[in-house]
Design a protein around this ligand. Structure first.
Ligand SMILES: NC(=O)c1ccc[n+]([C@@H]2O[C@H](COP(=O)([O-])OP(=O)(O)OC[C@H]3O[C@@H](n4cnc5c(N)ncnc54)[C@H](O)[C@@H]3O)[C@@H](O)[C@H]2O)c1
Length: 274
């Protein structure tokens, strides 16, 4: 591969293009939090974005506020990723709308309140697997035939909890570790087809989910400050910072990165909950 060929994605007649120009990216759970951060960052880098989410309409106001068109830049398909037929229907609507897919971010998920294993029912465990892990599996399964055509990429939004564990989070950590296994196995299967698959493991990110958790604590402000202090950088991440990592992984800048677990964690995993 010579230099011109290598950079041909990024340059057209000598003009530097945005790194996701002409790409179509689908984001599950793109209505708020990290998913919304991914949506806005992919838009910033020139992609058109399909938002497959509950409360998908929440994203519209943010997309407009950021100066993008809700008519041409995004497509919103309301769906519950726990329900395979619902998810498939939303996926197919987005595919019909855009005509192709270059990238998928499996982001929809939830962190339940802290519980010891004695207090987690099998039903609750299985429901969380369905939301956090089975939905990622299904997202990949739906996208792969189309990504093979575009030589696209997948990002699975895991967590540092899947990598190094987390107290009182046996179910959550299991689902997030499962996403890492899915990522690595698919990376091997799909590399010969030019499709890359990576996982992102954030530590704390300031999102509605994080705020909901803090609200259950005696002193929510002190709880958020404590999470900030788990990170050597001294604060949680923003959703946009996670979006930057995902946009990079979906772009040709990451053309030799597959099967990897990327930890944009402000150093948290170096000294977890010091
Ligand atoms: N916030 C953090 O600190 C953090 C850290 C590590 C990993 N994560 C992971 O990042 C992802 C997003 O977390 P967040 O903090 O942005 O959460 P959030 O609750 O702020 O947003 C979750 C998004 O997923 C959507 N969603 C939830 N259930 C859905 C369903 N059944 N079907 C379709 N959409 C659904 C919501 O509508 C929303 O858009 C999750 O997978 C989470 O495990 C978050």
């Amino acid at each position: 591969m010579d230099l011109i060929e290598r950079y041909s994605d990024d340059y057209i007649t000598g003009t530097r293009m945005k790194k996701l120009s002409q790409k179509v990216i689908l984001v599950t759970g793109g209505s708020k939090g990290i998913g919304l951060g991914c949506v806005l960052t992919c838009l910033k880098y020139g992609a058109r974005v399909g938002i497959l989410s509950l409360e998908s309409e929440l994203a519209a106001a943010e997309v407009a506020k950021a100066g993008f068109s809700t008519k041409t830049d995004i497509f919103m398909a309301e769906c519950d990723v726990r329900a395979p037929s619902d998810f498939q229907c939303a996926f197919e609507q987005a595919l019909t709308h855009f005509g192709k897919i270059d990238g998928l971010i499996n982001n929809a998920g939830w962190h339940p309140p802290a519980l010891e294993i004695e207090d987690i029912s099998v039903e609750d465990f299985e429901n969380l697997v369905r939301l956090n892990l089975t939905s990622s599996f299904l997202g990949c399964k739906l996208a792969v035939p189309h990504l093979k055509k575009t030589k696209g990429a997948i990002v699975n939004m895991s967590s540092e909890a899947g990598l190094i564990g987390q107290p009182a989070a046996a179910a959550y950590a299991s689902t997030k570790a499962g996403q890492l296994g899915l990522t690595k196995a698919l990376a091997l299967d799909l590399a010969p087809h030019g499709v890359r698959v990576n996982a992102v493991c954030p530590a704390g990110v300031m999102t509605p989910l994080m705020k909901d958790w803090a609200a259950t604590e005696y002193d929510p402000e002190a709880a958020l400050k404590m999470v900030d202090e788990w990170h050597p950088i001294g604060r949680m991440a923003t959703p946009g910072e996670m979006g930057e990592v995902c946009a990079f992984l979906l772009s040709s800048e990451a053309s030799f990165i597959t099967g990897q677990t990327i930890c944009p964690d402000g150093g948290a995993t170096l000294g977890y909950r010091r």
